[in-house]
Each structure stands twice: as C-alpha cells, then as structure tokens.
Design a protein. Sequence first.
Length: 397
Amino acid sequence: MEENQITSKINRINRRNAISAIFKAGIGVATVGSSGLLTASCNTSVKDESKILSSKPKKNSILYNIGCQHGGTEKENLEFLARYGVFNMDGGAPKFIAGVGWDLDDSMRKREACEKYGIKLDAYHLPLSSAGIENISTPNIMLGKSPARDREIELIQQMITVASKTGVKVLNYNTIIHVILRTGDTLDTTRGNTYYRSWNLEEALAKNEGLTIAGKVDIDEMYERITYFLDRVIPVAEEYNVKLANHIADPPAPIGYRGITRWNSPDVFEGIKRFAQLYDSPSHGFNLCLGSTAEGLQDPRTEILPIIKWVGERKQIFNVHLRNIKGKYNDFQEVYPDNGDMDFGEILIALRDVGYDAMVMPDHIPHHEDPASYLQGHAYAFGYIKALMHAIDMSYK
C-alpha cells in the first residue's frame, strides 16, 4: 500500500476516535495536529483498523431531521432555512375560513412554496396553541362548553382532512387553559447581554393574580375535556393517516395554580404516561417539547433520558422541540443549546436509539437587543444541532 494511502487510512481512524472521544470524555481529550485536523491520541496501526471497526458498538443511523416551526412559508423565511440546511418545517397554518376551517388552496400553495426550495412541509399547528384560551379561535374545546366546542371540533376535523390532502402528516396542538407561564427575563452579561425567559413560582405567587376565566378546573375535569376532544378527532386522524402531536403544558405547575391543574402536573413523567395511554392509536402522541418536560424535573439531564426512551419505544414521539434550560421544577431559565443543564448530545443519541424519524427543531431561543436577534439565535441553534448530529453519525461510521 502506498504511503499516502496509509496516511489517509490513519487519519480516518483518528477522526473516528476523536469524535468518539468527544462524546465519551469531553473535548479535552482531542487535539489539533500540525495539519490542522482534529485528532485523538491513538497508537493503533493500520492493520488494526478492521479490529477497531468490528469492535465498535452497532448503532442505528440517525433517522430524524433538523426542522423549524417559525417564520412561515414566505420567500424570505424559506430562503433563510435553505441557507442553513433546514429542509423540513412546520408551516404554521393555512388561511382560516370562518365557519369552514382551513383553505385547501392556500395549503397547497404553502406546500408548493416550500418545494421550490427543496423544503418538505411536514407539519401544521392546529388552533389549539400555547397562547392560552383567551387568544385562540377554538377556546371552548378546553373550556368544555357545549355546543360551542362541538362546532369547534368539527373545524378541527376539517383541518385534519386539509392537512392530509396537502401531504402534511403531523398536526401539533396544545391542551391547555393557561398561557405559557413566565415571570420575566433574566439578563446574562456573560453572553453578550442576552435575556433568558424565566419562571419562578414564588415570584408568580407574589403577584396574586387570581383565577383565570376558566375558574377552577381539577385534573379529572381536564382529562374529561381532553378525551371529549380526542374521542372525536382521533378516528378522523386515523382515517386520513395524520398524527396528532400534543405539546407538553409549559411549564408543569403545582396542583391548582390559579385554579387550574395542568394535565402533566405535578409529576410530568406520570402525566406523560397517563396521556400516552389514553388511546392505542398511531395517530395519538406527542410534540415532545424537551424544554417544557425538563421544566417539571428536579435533575433535567438525567431524568429526561428515561422519558425519551419510554415515549420513543412506544412510537409516540411525532415532533421534538429541542430547547435547554438552567434550573428545575418551579425555578428555571430558558437558555442557549450549549449552556443549559441538559446535554443535547445525550438527547440526540437517545432519540436515535429509539428510532425517532421526524423533526428536531429549536424552540424559544434567547433574545437580545440586536434587531437580528431572532435570526441569529435560530442560525446558531440550527448549526449547533446539525453539528452534533453529524458528530454522532461520524462516531459510528
């Protein structure tokens, strides 16, 4: 074998070992050689290459893709996504026609707009959002008010058919009464004066805000309203081969906070299990927001992994929001992907190991005063996640 071929083989071996070392022992074990290539300490000869590769653990390849749920399907946003290698997205929602539902023609235009940039329109958001019942077009579903909720459910059924006809296979939604709960922003001067959205229960209680317009709703009432809705939409979703992906209530909160007990509170894992087991259906699962889930844990880094494994092995993860936090249940900040308590490398490996095959998307990016804050934060998160995915794939090749 010629000398340059031997050198090439050695470099490939060293790259594999370096990437593996990063995940096993941290970046400190890797070095940059005189050639400028990242290498790891390795005294293995070329003749041992087959032994190295055969001894490596057998793992499945990554099946999921980087995705995005922000910005819509206008030219400017689609070009932005394509620049950063994001070719799967949640397109928001088609035009709403009062009394009818979604406009199929507008939905098809959204798909066609995406296809011009090689982007796949994988998901939409139903009008059951995190904005809270005061700010959505279908409030009576979670308020439990008939017959108004029946008319709103009929609209949701129509939206499922439009999604299917457009080729959209996932519909993300929320089953909440509260809006997303936050108590303010925390300034981080060490990261260029960045603000992190934060939640602290003691600060929230000190505001003494009282009940919401829904009054008091206990856990049994919450599940009655959820099952009333799902009993009527899951059969339609099954018929049209669409997955309904429920978002974790954000954040999990104490029992009866402002009169409401959230479906995943106060034990977020037990809440996830209860919701998951309501139906044995390929259309019933989660928009698994790992940030919101972590907000209900005491030790997010270790406790998040069994949740991914349990839900993933049941094939009930339909979409993933990947955001990081510092803190724990009732006291946290939403931070950048690299400076929170969870390890995104561990999470992405866990998702790969359960065969997850849909989108992983950044969510709730920290903000700062630069007018381009939104785009900068998303570009950074896209690159961070894509780099980890590449490193994980390379470490097993």
